[in-house]
Design a protein around this ligand. Structure first.
Ligand code: AVI
Length: 319
């Protein structure tokens, strides 16, 4: 059994066997979950993708100018590269300047990496691309060996927001440990804003986010033979404007029992019992300064969109 599969099993045992129930959002992303996330990124309510694209399109010159301290011959390492649609804007600018660099996209999905490489090689014939397949954790270990060349790490799409602050700090500390003195980290962070705008982004009327959230249960049905009837759950989103935390839940409409034969588990739900599935953290400068400080990094620059909904922070090692 692959590591990712067995850790899904552990998460189900732990998350559905305890009270209150929870399932980590990273397990939403199988083939169906990836497809649903691509649909989310195309939704008008999900402003995050358009904001980051706007930042890159409007400010690519300033962003690439800010990479100058790296010097020549650097590696551009992207964590969770996906289809690379936003990154290609930056790649285009770096190539236009004839800078000496290599692109190392990292993704858990070999399928996504193959599609990305094919697309980029066709578009940028001179691009040196070295795709790396694995979890962030595997690749962090591997990154220990990439210390000789200066690098800029891209962690875009507010992926950091799916981690609670202590986990985010822990993860960034691990990244910091593989950074040399002139290395940089470009971190995409969704910002605090009018609460209704956040709620609408995670609760679309077409029900795509609901299907995405419920894919956790559908996956347990597919992979472990469970009999979740997802119609018996409602998708529920909350947003706390003080902490900036959006939370997703699945809430049982009535009491029932679910069987997961392959894990030899029975799970009882009381009426209105919830499963907490995801957090999507929204940030402000103060919070980011605190997180950067805890991580041993500092903010060198930041780039925002015209509505101030989203920011890409460039983090550096303090001199
Ligand atoms: C991948 N991640 C940054 C998305 C987010 O905004 O938290 C996942 C997502 N969940 C619901 N909609 C999108």
């Amino acid at each position: 059994m692959k590591k990712s599969e067995s850790s899904f099993e552990a998460a189900i045992r732990e998350g559905l066997g305890n009270y209150p129930k929870r399932l980590p959002s990273r397990f939403i992303y199988d083939k169906e979950g990836d497809a649903l996330f691509r649909r989310i990124m195309d939704m008008p309510e999900y402003y995050l993708t358009n904001c980051e694209t706007e930042i890159f399109e409007q400010q690519k010159v300033q962003i690439i100018d800010a990479l100058e301290p790296l010097g020549e011959g650097f590696d551009l390492v992207e964590l969770g590269a996906g289809d690379g649609s936003k990154t290609r804007i930056l790649l285009d600018e770096i190539i236009r300047r004839d800078m000496d660099f290599r692109y190392l996209p990292i993704d858990i999905s070999q399928n996504a990496l193959s599609g990305l490489s094919k697309k980029l090689v066709a578009e940028f014939t001179e691009l040196e691309i070295l795709p790396q397949q694995g979890t962030y954790f595997d690749i962090l270990e591997e990154m220990q060996q990439w210390k000789e060349r200066p690098k800029v790490i891209l962690f875009l799409g507010s992926n950091i927001g799916n981690l609670l602050h202590p986990q985010a700090i822990d993860f960034l500390q691990k990244l910091r440990a593989v950074m040399g003195p002139s290395d940089l980290l470009l971190l995409g962070c969704d910002q605090k804003k009018e609460p209704q705008i956040v709620l609408d982004a995670y609760n679309d009327p077409a029900g795509i986010t609901e299907a995405f959230n419920k894919n956790l249960l559908e996956r347990i049905n597919r992979e472990y033979g469970a009999d979740f009837d997802t119609e018996r759950f409602i998708h529920w989103e909350t947003y706390d404007p003080e902490s900036g935390t959006a939370r997703s839940y699945l809430v049982a409409r009535e009491s029932f029992e679910v069987t997961i034969p392959d894990l030899d588990m029975q799970v009882n739900f009381e009426a209105w019992e919830s499963i907490h599935t995801e957090i999507s953290q929204k940030y402000d400068n103060r919070t980011l300064e605190w997180i950067a400080g805890e991580t041993g990094l500092e903010i060198a620059a930041s780039f925002t969109d015209s509505r101030g909904y989203y920011k890409d922070y460039l983090l550096q090692v303090p001199k």
